[in-house]
Design a protein around this ligand. Structure first.
Ligand code: NAP
Length: 248
C-alpha cells in the first residue's frame, strides 16, 4: 500500500535536511522525484545522481519557491519532463528570527514569501494536473511552532499557522476531486536549520520531549510516505505532529 511506483513527486527544498530525507524515502518506495533548491547547486547535482542511481527518474530544479512566476514555470517544466505530478510536498522553508521589537519588514516578508506564499503558488500550479488525473496528495511541512507560537519567531510561527489554514481550505475545496491535502508539523529535527542552536538550548528542548531525543529527517519522511500513499486514502485536512510527543 505504501508503494509509489509510477508516481511522480515534486518536493521543494530537497538539496538537504528534511526535504532530502523525504526525497530519499519516496524514491525508495518507487516514486520518480522532481525536487528544487535555490543555492546548493553542487549538492543538488550530487543528490540528483544519487537518486537516479536507485533506478527511479530524478531531476533537480534551481527554482525559488518564493517567486510566483518561477513556480508556474517550474511546474510546467516538471509536467513536461515527468508527464504528471501525483504528490506535492511543500517543504522549502526559512527562518529569520528576531524579537517583535526588532523584527523588520524584510524579515517578515522573506519568511512569509518562502514558507507560505510558496505553498499557495505551488498548490495553485499543480491543481490542474491533479484535477485532470482525478487524484493527488498535497503535503505541507509546517511546524509545531505554528500551533504553539514561539518568542522570537512571530514571522515563522505566523507563516506555519497560515499553512495549516491553507491545508484545511485546500482539503475542503479539492476533496470532491479526490485530491487530499494534509500538513505535517515537525518538532525539533536535526538539520542545518537547527544545528546553529547551542548545546544548552538542545538539552533544554530534549528535556521537554517525551521520547527524549531530537528527531531525524527520516522521522518526518516516513509520515510523508504514509500521507503520499493510498494507506492514507481517507485522511485529508489533518495536521500530524511529528515531534516525539512534545506538542499534544
Ligand atoms: P534546511 O536544512 O535549512 O533546508 C532548507 C531547504 O529548503 C534547502 O534545500 C534549501 O535549498 C531550500 N530552500 C530554502 N529557501 C528556498 C526557496 N526560496 N526556494 C526553494 N528552496 C528553498 O531546513 P530543514 O530543517 O530541512 O526544514 C525543512 C522544512 O521543515 C522547512 O519548511 C522548515 O520550516 C520545516 N521544519 C523544520 C524543523 C527543524 O527542526 N529542522 C522543524 C519544524 C519544521 P538550498 O540548499 O539551495 O538553500
Amino acid at each position: 500500500m505504501m508503494n509509489l511506483k509510477g508516481k511522480t513527486a515534486l518536493i521543494t527544498g530537497a538539496s538537504r535536511g528534511i526535504g532530502k530525507g523525504i526525497a530519499l524515502t519516496l524514491a525508495k518506495a518507487g516514486a520518480n522525484i522532481a525536487f528544487t533548491y535555490v543555492s546548493s547547486v553542487e549538492k543538488a547535482a550530487a543528490f540528483e545522481a544519487e537518486l537516479t542511481a536507485t533506478g527511479i527518474k530524478a531531476k533537480g530544479y534551481q527554482s525559488n519557491a518564493a517567486q510566483f512566476t518561477a513556480v508556474e514555470k517550474l511546474v510546467e517544466d516538471v509536467v513536461k519532463e515527468f508527464g504528471t505530478i501525483d504528490i506535492l510536498v511543500n517543504n522549502a522553508g526559512i527562518t529569520r528570527d528576531n524579537l517583535m521589537l526588532r523584527m523588520n519588514e524584510q524579515q517578515w516578508d522573506e519568511v512569509m514569501d518562502t514558507n507560505l506564499k510558496s505553498a499557495f503558488a505551488l498548490t495553485k500550479a499543480v491543481m490542474r494536473t491533479m484535477m485532470k488525473a482525478k487524484s493527488g496528495s498535497i503535503i505541507n511541512i509546517t511546524s509545531v511552532v505554528g500551533i504553539t507560537g514561539n518568542a522570537g519567531q512571530a514571522n515563522y510561527a505566523a507563516s506555519k499557522a497560515g499553512m495549516i489554514g491553507l491545508t484545511k481550505s485546500v482539503a475542503k475545496e479539492l476533496g470532491s476531486r479526490n485530491i487530499r491535502c494534509n500538513a505535517i508539523a515537525p518538532g525539533f529535527i536535526e538539520t542545518e536549520m537547527t544545528e546553529t542552536l547551542g548545546d544548552d538550548i538542545r538539552a533544554e528542548w530534549v528535556k521537554n520531549i517525551p521520547l527524549k531525543r531530537i528527531g531525524r529527517p527520516e522521522d518526518v519522511a516516513n509520515c510523508v510516505l504514509f500521507l503520499a500513499s493510498d494507506a492514507s486514502a481517507y485522511i485529508s485536512g489533518q495536521t500530524i505532529n511529528v515531534c516525539g510527543g512534545m506538542v499534544m
